[in-house]
Design a protein around this ligand. Structure first.
Ligand code: SF4
Length: 454
């Protein structure tokens, strides 16, 4: 049997590991949600217990581990982690590791694939089974957690759920359809088993990280009935039209918030991206969620070719009225393999192929009307407009009221999940360190906003 180590990219202080405050200015009421578990690696470990995984190691931890005589080392990375992944591969080679693999979205970049011996696109359980000489089996869903902190105190624990993988849409900027190819569901039996574990652990709610929860309609109905049966509250990641169609039903079955790909409030930009969002529905959904005090996370892109500085400012001012709890403002970043990348490269030209800058906080191409530095200032300005102390107070109140609900229903809210959940041979960097990593560092943080503040 091959000895296989699969590692995420090592920690880099230029990147943020706190999804709640990603590239935003912290305030006294901010909560933190450090990413402590690598969900892709947890799935691999649960389905192939014979491998070893390494989640968010420091550089020294990886180097130490790489020297231990592995038959293969796989590196799972995103595009902005490419430079680190290539360095990790070189280190593994120095230690004589015969096979170095690349996986996750970062592996989709053709220009770097020759730095690895094998490239795995899509979720890795199946190709890994082949590598290990095993037959394919039904996927097992491991228990996985996200923890919410307030000034270092853990205030909630969420159970993480994936009910399906992939997406049938074809937004021009998105790598997901090519990454997963065809969307598919996980077997209900493994969802049932993991929900039972979450219920027994007393998590305060479930966060569903499907690309497009609700796409498989009958299946989704069974999932929400299961969630209801276990009396679990939940937040799905979904599309605007899916949420619009199911809003009342899902709320009745325990939905407490949602993450939606709003992407833009500029119709021209949405049309060019073939996003398919109806802005009337987007606005109505945001109004409903604000009215019902649900958690709102929005993914929003600035810097489409149709965007101008004034249209961005106007749209962000509108967004401000919806009291978004977790606004994720990203600078449009064409990613290799997408229609957008080909279009931008041919029409405007890229300004850099340094993939560490493809992190949605840098403009990496020649925008027709906004300079790179100005785009970064706009991103920071947008975050400052949306992520205010008042906004953080509202979010904290939602968390407090949900925690009261959790206590009332016999849920524990704060769950101390074992660090080694699922018997994973993994390194864990303390939460406090993860919260600090990448909090407004580098060029981005040094920008002077004064000449553009409004
Ligand atoms: S942006 Fe969302 S809806 Fe569009 S293709 Fe990607 S995952 Fe699907």
């Amino acid at each position: 049997m091959k000895r296989i180590l699969i590692s995420s990219a090592w920690l880099n202080p230029q990147r943020s590991y706190d999804v709640a405050t990603w590239k935003k200015r912290s305030n006294p009421f901010t909560v933190n949600a450090p990413i402590t578990e690598h969900f892709g690696l947890r799935f691999l470990k649960a389905n192939h217990p014979e491998i070893t995984i390494l989640e968010y190691p420091t550089g020294d931890q990886f180097i130490n581990e790489a020297s231990k005589g592995w038959d293969a080392i796989g590196i799972s990375f995103y595009i902005n982690e490419t430079n680190d992944a290539v360095q990790m591969a070189e280190i593994a080679r120095k230690y004589g590791v015969p096979e170095i693999w690349a996986g996750n979205y970062g592996a989709m970049t053709p220009a770097i694939q020759n730095r690895f011996d094998k490239v795995f696109i899509g979720w890795g359980e199946l190709p890994l089974a082949e590598e290990l000489g095993k037959s394919p089996a039904e996927l097992i869903h491991p228990p996985m957690f996200m923890r919410i902190f307030f000034h270092g105190l853990q205030v909630q624990t969420w159970g993480v759920l994936f009910t399906s993988r992939g997406c049938n849409k074809s937004c021009t900027f998105c790598q997901t359809p090519r990454f997963y190819r065809k969307p598919y569901t996980l077997d209900l039996s493994t969802i049932d088993a993991v929900l039972k574990q979450y219920r027994a652990a007393g998590v305060s709610q479930i966060i569903i990280l499907d690309e497009n929860f609700g796409y498989f309609e009958d299946y989704t109905r069974e999932i929400i009935e299961l969630l209801d049966r276990y009396r679990l509250k939940w937040n799905p990641m979904t599309r605007v039209e899916t949420l619009y169609k199911n809003y009342d039903l899902w709320k009745m079955y325990g939905m407490r918030g949602a993450s939606i790909g709003l992407e833009s409030l500029n119709q021209d930009s949405l049309d060019s991206a073939r996003k398919g969002n109806d802005l009337t529905q987007s606005r109505e959904i945001l109004r409903w969620m604000k009215r019902d005090h649900l958690f709102i996370q929005t993914f929003y892109i600035i810097g489409f070719e149709q965007d101008s500085e004034s249209s961005i400012r106007e749209n962000i001012e509108e967004l401000r009225h919806y009291h978004i709890d977790s606004p994720q403002i990203q600078i449009l970043t064409p990613e290799p393999g997408t229609k957008l990348f080909t279009h931008i490269e041919q029409t405007y030209g890229m300004t850099t192929y340094d993939y560490s800058l493809y992190d949605t906080t840098h403009l990496v191409w020649n925008h027709p009307s906004i300079q790179a530095r100005q785009m970064q200032k706009l991103q920071l300005w947008a975050n400052d407009r949306l992520f205010t102390p008042m906004n953080s107070i509202r979010t904290s109140l939602k968390i407090v009221s949900q925690s009261f609900y959790a206590f009332d229903k016999g849920l524990k809210s704060v769950v101390s999940t074992p660090l080694w959940t699922g018997n994973i041979n993994s390194f864990q960097v303390p939460h406090r360190e993860l919260i600090k990593y990448g909090s407004r560092r580098g060029d981005h943080a040094r920008l002077d906003l004064s000449d553009n503040a409004s």
